[in-house]
Design a protein around this ligand. Sequence first.
Ligand code: ZN
Ligand code: ZN
Ligand code: FE
Length: 760
Amino acid sequence: MSSVAEGKRIRIRGTVQGVGFRPWVYRVAQQSGVRGRVWNDASGVTIDAFGDGPTLRAFEAALHDSPPPAARIAGFECSAIPVEPLRAFVIEQSASAAEHLVSIPPDLATCDDCVKDIFDPANRRYRYPFTNCTNCGPRFTIATDAPYDRAATTMAPFEMCGPCRHEYEDVLDRRFHAQPTACPVCGPQLELVWTGKDDGTPSADAIGEAAAALRRGLIVAVKGIGGFHLACDATSEPAVRRLRERKHRDAKPLAVMVPTLDAASELAVVTPVHRDLLTSPERPIVLMEKRPGGGLAEAVAPRNGQLGLMLPYSPLHHLLLADAGCPLVMTSGNLSDEPIAFTNDDARLRLGAIADVLLLHDREIHTRCDDSVATVVAGGPLLVRRSRGYVPRAVSVRTPFAAPVLATGALLKNTFCLASGTQAFLGPHIGDLENLETYDSFTTAIERFQRFVGIRPELVACDLHPDYLSTRYAEQRPERVIRVQHHHAHVVSAMAEHGLDGRVIGIAYDGTGYGTDGTSWGGEILVATHARFERLASFRPIALVGGDAAVREPWRGALALLLDAHDGELPDAAERLMRSVSAAEREQMRQLILRGVHVSRARGVGRYFDAFGALFLDRRRAAFEGQVALEWNQVADRTSRRTYPFTIDERQPLMELDLRSAVRAAVDDASRGVPAAVIAAAFHNTLAAATSAVVLRVMDATGPLPVVASGGCFQNAMLAEGIREALTGVDVRLHAQVPPGDGGIALGQAVAANAIAKIS
Ligand code: ZN
Ligand code: ZN
Ligand code: FE
């Protein structure tokens, strides 16, 4: 044996816990002949390595080259340490207090090796739907307590058989310390229930039978990783329509699961960035441009140029898709507006009337976690919904939290955030906090998450809106409460994601948020720090009659827009454009608006999208919030450079973006037969030009500052890219890992509240 010449400490940061990292380091050490130790600590994994110079260099290189599939190395630091006379390399138990913060990993999609196992007739896990290893499998959703260990998961009742135990204890095995490992002999089992029959006759081939039902056009509720899906043949028009009817889901697009990347490419345009998202261990639903003639039922995503696809992420999915032989609609297992079902009892009760077949199993899901949703904006990935696969991984922030914080989020698409030190943990997608079921799931998830990430908040942040259930919840808590204005929180969320802690210009465009003056804001340009903001510009308000009804009936906003642009009179074009609205209705609405009856003044950029879309596509109603806005975005001709005139009204203290001249120009265009695609493009281009003009004007006063863009409107790639293009030479930051919509707002609330608490 050569003499020990050197010692090195290697600190690795990133996603390196719960992904088989330490066993992998151990194996690399064995192969390289390095002695020492590896352990988890609060920020990642640390290795003390001893060996001669060349051996250590080879070891380091190997660590760099081939990390485990689900690991993400964010930082790699080496320093020299005194040599210790060790004889072996060991995995050390971690100091549990230090490990607590990051101990529960997110759920990981089935790895390639496990997929091989389940399709190999010679393997003892052939067709076993609960196969997993250290590189893959459920984590967060089965954890019942922290730290992450089999006894603290819903796998605790399953006692490992001899062969499984052997793999679990063999450091050279892929299943070494894979907490949920199991096999057909010792692990969970499937159960197939026909909802029409009351006898639960066990099926010898539950997957085969469920697949046959799917091929016959039936609806199957499938217990997945974070909850139930409702599945049906995505190529069958009647099956998809029946699913929509039974689920009471009007027109919202349904997600589709396809077996392979090739199958995805047949249905949608898959760029390399989309491909990376689709195949990532997080396996989100990825929104892509639909390919015409792909063979899917029109009812999957009616009047929608986009398609949400995902690849299988559990062995059960792989087997079911292989047996079914067709792409499957896989939509969340709930009635519209309710939280997703995740227990067998819940599924029998709530999904029994929707599904013909329930594909159940006896591995409990402890924490419900919806599928995540991703898209591509400005050539990079953007999370629209950050949930399964990402939760509970922390977002690192630059400014440490002075005290642990809980931020309770907004009303719609709620997520909350628990933060401490430099780590912010965004919770799973909760949904719209508008009914008791969702509220219960919100409070339960917060209590559980506090335990999982080991954070006891001393400060609670919430929205300024007094009526949000998330605000009311915050105020019931004993801790000090700090309210953060909605658009300020959006802007700070983007700042936190990009490690910006100075002054920025923030563009916050969404549907609505409660302003400091008690009115509804939604198209805001701020100069902001974490603690403070100044509102410098907003959009000229649209007079909406009837509050929520106006969101469902965007023709009301369209009419208001026309009236405002034409001095209170309806132009002749109104009749031609708004055929779905009778002359009497138009006149009645005109009177209400002019007299100010039930009128609220909306400044949301989302409302402008609704109103323009309703006017030039003649859409009277929206089946769901934002449907018309989405359509108005999708019809836009991406190649058109057309823009309309606009005015920036430099009133004090608030500049106003005035689009009345753009409305008149668009009406002229429509009268001359210019296609809606070109008008929609001009609308986008005008918004980008107007936004950049205001930002540059603000910068005249402030000097150069970084610009951040946040709010739900920045899921719109054309708008985001247009603004970035219009602001050439300016540092414009868009979201990536944190959703720009209200699903990402809790991070901004937490960071802002921390800063506000320091100065007040
Ligand atoms: Zn695996
Ligand atoms: Zn076993
Ligand atoms: Fe918002």
